[in-house]
Design a binder for this molecule. Structure first.
Ligand SMILES: [Zn+2]
Length: 239
């Protein structure tokens, strides 16, 4: 009799622990995604809210002969690789082969999330975003698609959700393609944070109940119970 109630208690405890871990993991996933999405909108004073692409990586030549300049920008929660079709006054830029070889970027060396399938698919400008904190978790690409007039440009988003452009026609997007190692690492970090927060809140609640002479487990009044007896509501013994 006693043995069975002990094993029931242990089983219940395991189930409760598993449920707690699953809830923490889910909260970790939600936090990972929300942080990665918010990172797309953190203002940096730049035209679109990403980090300025101030590191020039070099140039790449597409199969159609067009030259593209690659540059990169990065802050703690957002990295972006920009592809810009090099042109002067609307004319595609010509570059001597010796010059090109000196600054050539081997696209195959870039992570898959930072490059197009084929450079010839790009128009004018494209940005490959990766966001997340503390590790890169989600990515998407924003493509310049068509110019309607001056700065009024239509964009297309790959690997994410396209949102309406802002008032100055800047593209807005939510990345949806996971960078698996970083995504999982962030889920573990945030799940741990949620577990610690939950534990802290539970301890604070138990302490508050004990001060008011209530059962720590369910809040049942213990004032009239014999010292050390189990709670008639939930069976928990006082510490
Ligand atoms: Zn109780």
């Amino acid at each position: 009799m006693r043995g069975s109630s002990t094993s029931d208690g242990r089983g219940g405890c395991l189930v409760a622990r598993a449920r707690l871990l699953i809830a923490a993991a889910l909260a970790g996933v939600v936090t990972t995604v929300v942080v990665a999405w918010l990172a797309m909108f953190v203002p940096t004073g730049h035209a679109w809210n990403g980090p300025p692409t101030d590191q020039v990586l070099g140039a790449a030549k597409a199969s159609d002969g067009k030259f593209w300049q690659l540059s990169r920008g990065e802050n703690a929660w957002h990295a972006v690789v920009s592809y810009w079709h090099m042109q002067i006054s609307g004319m595609s830029m010509w570059m001597a082969d010796d010059d090109y070889q000196g600054i050539k970027v081997d696209l195959a060396q870039l992570p898959r999330r930072d490059r197009p399938e084929d450079l010839a698919d790009l128009h004018m400008h494209a940005w490959y975003h990766t966001t997340g904190w503390p590790f890169p978790a989600l990515s998407c690409a924003v493509h310049w698609q068509r110019q309607l007039a001056n700065s009024n440009i239509l964009y297309r988003v790959e690997g994410g959700v396209q949102l309406p452009r802002d008032a100055s026609f800047n593209p807005r997007a939510l990345p949806l393609t996971p960078v698996w190692w970083g995504f999982l690492a962030n889920v573990v970090v945030y799940a741990g944070v949620w577990l610690l927060l939950g534990r802290g809140m539970r301890l604070a609640r138990e302490r508050r109940r004990a001060r008011r002479r209530l059962c720590a487990g369910c809040g049942y009044p213990r004032a009239d119970l014999p010292k050390g007896s189990p709670c008639p509501e939930c069976g928990q013994r006082p510490n």
